[in-house]
Design a binder for this molecule. Structure first.
Ligand code: AQP
Length: 357
């Protein structure tokens, strides 16, 4: 069995991108692998947050995992901040991570640029500019080392994620190799360490379709929980009416017919891919069914398919809400199981690095 680790941030309601890019694969992988799925609340505070919303979102994200089919009898489900080893290993990894590696991270560049946009505005007030500058936290910069710790603590072989996280997994591999090269090897083996390797090098697991679901308002930027416009995404808990309206307002183009893969038509590729995922059909089937349709004909069909595919998930979610003690029990048990594995890894890394353990 392979060890699997993945997680989502409790920064809002999970959306179709999270579902098709990651959660759906959690459900598939739990069948034959040893899976750990976490709600990464420590990552959610790298940008401004509201304590009450964080608490609510954390429970909601856990409930959405379960409603999507993640099964506590098959996988370990836990909240990241309830396992202390995550913050402890992060420090050890940070001291082995060159600043330049973090400066290259696209997500950091994009997010900090967004937060800093105000600064470049000539008409903006100095005080507003100062606040904006200070809103880029150190945590936002070191975020990938926390993510590396999340993965390495469980000695994960596979990490199911969407395309946007590929660069962070590559960084995780580089950090792990660096620790292995510096502190593993013969000396570590002599101390009882596994084959000279202190940490396991993980692989990303990126789905062939759904790895990058795009915004409904712009086919070139990814669907994201934190995007300001709620109309840019389909949340897993949206009502049928909301789903219809969002698709009706979704950006389209003036070309005739519908097609996959035309670089001038990112919206067409995106909406057809969502239809493909919601109906479980092949690309060829979708092309023969929808290739000659107009947008006005396709959009209601798409809405109907997505509404139907989310319906079972939404009714399971509502059942779970009625029993919060059940959810808390699963998270508590998950955190205990996770901590047992994670604590051992921290002890191993500390030992290899020369700490008295
Ligand atoms: N658009 C997407 N398409 C496919 N997969 C996606 N993922 C995220 N967006 C897409 C994958 O979902 C998992 C959880 O990621 P996250 O919690 O970082 O989700 P988010 O929507 O990206 O959330 P935020 O709060 O808006 O974060 P930022 O701004 O950091 O992106 C991951 O496996 C991710 O790959």
């Amino acid at each position: 069995k392979k060890r699997v680790l993945s997680g989502a941030q409790p920064t809002g309601i999970l959306h179709l991108g999270n579902y098709y890019g990651a959660i759906k694969n959690y459900v598939d992988l739990q069948e034959n692998q040893d899976a750990f799925y976490t709600i990464v609340d420590l990552h959610a505070i790298t940008v401004n947050h509201d304590p009450k919303e964080l608490r609510e979102s954390t429970r909601m994200t856990a409930a959405l995992y379960l409603a999507s089919g993640v099964d506590p009898n098959k996988a370990t489900i836990f909240v990241q901040s309830q396992v202390r080893a995550h913050t402890e290993l992060t420090w050890l990894l940070q001291c082995a991570t060159p600043i330049g590696w973090l400066e290259r991270m696209i997500q950091y560049k994009e997010k900090s640029r967004k937060l800093r946009r105000v600064e470049e505005d000539e008409n903006e007030d100095e005080e507003v500019k100062r606040k904006s500058r200070e809103s880029v936290s150190t945590g936002l910069f070191t975020y990938p080392t926390l993510m590396a710790a999340d993965i390495l603590l469980y000695r994960a072989d596979l990490v199911p994620v969407g395309e946007d996280q590929k660069q962070h997994i590559e960084l995780t591999r580089d950090i792990a190799s660096r620790i292995n090269d510096k502190f593993g090897g013969r000396k570590w083996k002599k101390r009882g360490g596994r084959g000279g390797r202190v940490l396991t090098i993980p692989e990303p697991y990126i789905p062939p379709v759904g790895a990058r679901i795009m915004s409904l308002q712009d086919g070139t930027s990814k669907m994201s929980k934190s995007a300001e416009n709620d109309g840019s995404r389909i949340n897993l808990l949206d009502t049928p009416k909301q789903i219809e309206t969002k698709f009706k307002r979704a950006k389209t183009d003036l070309f005739e017919g519908l097609e996959f893969g035309n670089p001038e038509r990112p919206e067409a590729t995106n909406l057809l891919s969502i239809y493909q995922l919601a109906t479980g059909q092949t690309k060829e089937q979708i092309v023969s069914e929808c290739g000659s349709m107009r947008w006005s004909e396709f959009k209601p069909k798409l809405a109907e398919a997505v509404i139907a595919s989310l319906e079972p998930l939404q009714s399971r979610y509502n059942e779970l809400l009625a029993d919060p003690a059940y959810l808390d029990g699963i998270l508590k048990e998950g955190a205990e199981k996770a901590a047992a594995v994670a604590d051992q890894t921290v002890t191993d890394v500390k030992d290899a690095m020369g700490f008295v353990v």
